[in-house]
Design a protein around this ligand. Structure first.
Ligand code: DGL
Length: 271
């Protein structure tokens, strides 16, 4: 099969998927990326499962029209939990990778027998998380911490924030989990990866902060290899950051684009 020059698309309600793209990049030299932050639909974590599913299907259609990606990564736990199956069903032929909270590695590594899962208001109560816990964390106490305020902090206030502001934003959530005995904190919302170091600091020594970005990066690389979808030899790579919703864009988005080596931001119309 000939090499495939089409881009790889990453998508989240906002900037949460960027650390996933960053983790995948070193494994995917020469690939082009299209990153879509659904700013117009943000936040997902306060919506119902049905609302998230409908929105995600609409956004994925727009991504396909504009970018014609060869693979799609839903770099958002809330969207993956609500809509991964529906997206796969509606898009046969398009490989779609979802984001699964790292409950399994955390359950294997805990010494205290208690792990904490930090996620959006929607995701902490999703039946998908119940199934994941039943399957991969039997006998482990799993604390669920909804941190929707932290999603907004990362999306709207993170660029230019001081370390003290970041610590203040994460402290209450991290401390609550540690005080209840958690020695593993699962970042089950992609936005929280931007403040992973702050969460680790607030949690203190002896607490491990885990996420799923390496697994997603490896899965992406293996799909490209298995299906011979790699970029043509010598391709320069690169990437574009696109946003939904009416302009003007908040200045923080240009900071995120530059920080993650992407061009843009540009507007994506849902049509
Ligand atoms: N980044 C998203 C997640 O991983 C959702 C944030 C939101 O829109 O509430 O769950």
């Amino acid at each position: 099969m000939a090499p495939d020059p089409r881009p790889i698309a990453f998508f989240d309600s906002g900037v949460g998927g960027l650390p996933y793209l960053e983790a995948a990049r070193p494994l995917l030299l020469g690939e082009r990326f299209a990153y879509l932050a659904d700013r117009g639909g943000f936040p997902y974590g306060t919506k119902t499962r049905e609302q998230v599913r409908a929105r995600v299907l609409e956004v994925v259609e727009a991504i396909r029209r504009r970018f014609d990606p060869k693979v799609l990564v839903i770099a958002c736990n809330t969207a993956s939990q609500a809509a991964l199956e529906a997206v796969r069903k509606a898009n046969p032929g398009l490989p779609v990778i979802g984001t699964v909270p790292a409950v399994k590695p955390a359950a294997l590594r805990t010494r205290s027998g208690t792990i904490g899962v930090m996620a959006t208001a929607r995701a902490v109560e999703d039946p998908y998380l119940d199934e994941l816990v039943a399957r991969h964390a039997p006998g482990v106490r799993v604390l669920r911490e909804a941190a929707q305020d932290l999603v907004s902090f990362v999306e709207l206030r993170y660029p230019g924030s001081t370390e003290a502001e970041r610590l203040a934003a994460v402290e209450g959530h991290a401390r609550r989990l540690v005080e209840l005995g958690a020695d593993e904190i699962v970042l089950a919302c992609t936005h929280f990866l931007h403040v992973a170091a702050d969460i680790a600091r607030a949690a203190g020594a002896g607490v491990e902060v885990v996420d799923s970005r390496d697994g997603v990066a490896r899965r992406l690389a293996s799909i490209l290899a298995e299906r011979a979808l790699g970029a043509p030899e010598g391709s320069p790579g690169g990437g574009l950051f696109a946003l939904t919703g009416p302009g003007p864009f908040e200045p923080g988005y240009a900071v995120f684009a530059a920080r993650f080596g992407l061009e843009g931001p540009v507007a994506l119309d849902l049509g």
